[in-house]
Design a protein around this ligand. Structure first.
Ligand code: ATP
Ligand code: MG
Length: 258
């Protein structure tokens, strides 16, 4: 694909494959095109050249509702409509499942409840979204994406704003969706160590290109981190999981006195 905003080309000759049933994690420096790629995959952005194939068919030629039932997107930043409550926003995830013949059902109610429980926002159901903390709000948007119940879920930085415990909780939830329900997940993460722990397939991007992709243990080397982020580091085995653990090099003293 070529991905561009008007004349500004962000990525050229970009080719990405999301393995079916994988928990794919995308890493890469700010502005390298991660969100742009997710937008293209979820048909919010039409590629200037090339196609996005969803189960072999061009996503841009499929009806919106069909795509919305297959693929859910948690964007990097979203603004909730004024005055909307948590429960109302999460319920919007059920829109693709509604029709003139099929209105709100107990099944919808159940899915909304489950989504709020699994993301820890059930207690906030009646609160206004615009008066929540950043981390609470992030989990409400995740609940909405879950309520959509799509087999494919694209998450753009789902752990931003979350404290360390909530980060792990959200990633564990993602791993569970992937393992137990066989859903295909694609998440953009900035924490390389989390990426290494949770990904079954890792894609490292740099300047609109895939620098390397494959198993975390193959992709996440000190050379790759230096090449992609320009950061000198060591990569050791995570003592908990054995996956790569990136330790940035200590700041070298310049000898200058302040
Ligand atoms: N709507 C837009 N119009 C024009 N340029 C844009 C638009 N959105 C993003 N860009 C540009 O496209 C490039 C890639 O942006 P993108 O949001 O995909 O980066 P990213 O890898 O997700 O970065 P981050 O880690 O900061 O979220 C950047 O140079 C950005 O300025
Ligand atoms: Mg982004």
């Amino acid at each position: 694909m070529t991905l561009a905003y008007d004349k500004r080309v962000i990525a050229e000759d970009l080719s990405v494959e999301i393995p079916d049933g994988s928990f794919t994690v995308i890493i890469g420096p700010n502005a390298c095109g991660k969100s742009t790629l997710l937008r293209a995959l979820s048909r919010l952005l039409k590629p200037a050249a090339g196609t996005v194939l969803l189960d072999g068919k061009d996503v841009h030629s499929q009806p919106t509702r069909t795509v919305a039932k297959t693929l859910g997107l948690l964007p990097q930043s979203s603004t909730a409509p004024d005055g909307i409550t948590v429960a109302e926003l999460v319920a919007r995830g059920r829109y693709p499942h509604q029709s003139i013949l099929r209105r709100w059902s107990t099944e919808d109610e159940h899915v909304v409840q489950e989504s709020m429980l699994s993301t820890g926002v059930a207690d906030l159901a009646d609160r206004h979204v615009d008066e929540l903390s950043g981390g609470q709000r992030q989990r409400v948007w995740l609940a909405m994406a879950l309520a959509q119940q799509t087999p494919l879920l694209l998450l753009d930085e789902p752990t931003t704003y979350l404290d360390i415990a909530h980060q792990i909780e959200v990633l564990d939830l993602c791993a569970e969706l992937h393992e137990r329900q066989g859903r295909t997940l694609v998440a953009v993460l900035h924490d390389l160590n989390h990426a290494a722990r949770y990904a079954t397939h890792l894609i490292a991007m740099r300047a609109g290109k895939v620098a390397r992709s494959g198993l975390p243990a193959e992709v996440l080397t000190a050379e790759l981190v230096e090449e992609v982020f320009g950061l000198p580091c060591r990569v050791i085995d995570d003592p908990e999981t054995g996956t790569p653990l990136v330790i940035p090099a200590a700041r070298r003293s310049t000898g200058a006195t302040v």
